[in-house]
Design a protein around this ligand. Structure first.
Ligand code: ADP
Ligand code: MG
Length: 333
């Protein structure tokens, strides 16, 4: 029934940042070269994600918000299992739209036709009409959890919710230097990358000059460099000079095969490199990209969080530590 479905949706969406993540992923999937994220009140009042990607026509739009999976959640007892197995797979838009008021305007690339606007309210299609709009897609999510008050009550302060949003958008911006990613909060620009730079340029746009100028390149390849034995084929990216480090670990962005993830083994590897060299318990700014053969990672540790575990966590820890250590050593640290 509707109530159970909404509760399930609330469990899956969890907070504004979860919706932002899905919408930004969709824009990147649509080959956007520009993704603009605007939020109000930490995303609780409004989330708007605009892109210049492939776009959708009338039929695409109707299909995009439909519930796709055959497995439905029948009762409260199925809720736990359902949340775990359903996740967002194939129905992020449907799920987000069932706990908000959502408007999507879209127009396919290179189409002669005008665009289409679809209005969705709490899971029902209210209207689908022609609308003038540029190529690409704009998704607006208003009043998140307006129909699931219990979930809305779980939301933290605007500052906290926005911090989560910022962290998500930052992660995608750093991983996609060829896409112009911008973020505004309550009308104020938080950052904007150019989409024509490299990782260093994205770090500059997101974290500013002081941090960017302190970044040290990590470049370790199992073939050509002396990485200890283990599953990682390469470890590349940027880490900050210890002088720049902060007391919060929120600036540690790590990726496995291009996907933003967190993993104890990776974080511990990074930290042990700093400990060995420098002591202290402050966290660096990090954008570190690991490449592994696909079957080594267990991505199912937690479907909603981005936590992964490796078959051989110890080896990964040693490899990451060695890669970061040799980068720090090269800088005389
Ligand atoms: P999934 O991404 O898993 O397919 P979603 O609910 O996130 O499920 O999206 C449903 C579909 O809607 C996508 O497969 C895609 O075809 C379309 N879609 C969603 N967002 C966009 C976008 N920004 N640009 C173009 N197409 C989109
Ligand atoms: Mg999606």
């Amino acid at each position: 029934d509707d109530t159970v479905a909404r509760i399930a949706a609330g469990e899956v969406v969890e907070r504004p940042a979860s919706a932002v993540k899905e919408l930004v992923e969709n824009s990147l999937d649509a080959d956007a070269s520009r993704v603009e994220v605007d939020v109000e009140e930490g995303g609780t009042e409004l989330i708007r994600v605009a892109d210049d990607g492939d776009g959708m026509n009338d039929a695409d739009l109707r299909a995009a918000v439909r519930q796709h999976t055959t497995s439905k959640i029948a009762g409260l007892e199925d809720l736990e299992a359902g949340v775990r197995t359903l996740g967002f797979r194939g129905e992020a838009l449907h799920t987000i739209g069932s706990v908000s008021r959502m408007t999507i305007r879209s127009r396919p690339r290179d189409a002669d036709s005008a665009g289409t606007e679809l209005v969705y309210d709490g899971g029902d299609v209210v209207s689908v009409e022609p609308a003038g709009c540029p190529e690409g897609t704009v998704v607006e999510v208003e009043d998140l959890f307006y129909n699931t008050p219990a979930r809305r009550k779980f939301l933290k302060t605007t500052a906290t919710e926005f911090a989560h949003v910022n962290r998500i958008v930052t992660r995608y911006a750093l991983a996609n230097p060829d896409v112009a990613v911008s973020l505004t909060h309550d009308g104020r620009e938080v950052f904007a990358t150019t989409g024509q730079g490299d990782l260093q340029a994205s770090i500059l746009a997101v974290y500013g000059r002081e941090v960017a100028s302190s970044m040290i390149a990590v470049e370790a390849d199992a073939e050509t460099d002396d990485l200890p034995p283990g599953p990682l084929e390469s470890v590349t990216g940027l880490v900050s000079h210890p002088e720049t480090n902060r007391s919060s670990r929120e600036y540690v962005a790590t990726y496995v095969n291009g996907r933003a993830v967190t993993a104890d083994a990776i974080r511990e590897g990074i930290m042990s490199a700093y400990d060995t060299q420098l002591g202290g318990d402050r966290y660096p700014f990090v954008a570190l990209f690991l490449e592994v053969p696909g079957d080594v990672v267990d991505v199912n540790v937690h479907p909603r969080k981005r936590e992964v575990r490796f078959d051989d966590d110890d080896a990964v820890r040693r490899q990451v530590a060695a890669a970061v250590e040799s980068a720090l050593l090269e800088h005389g640290l």
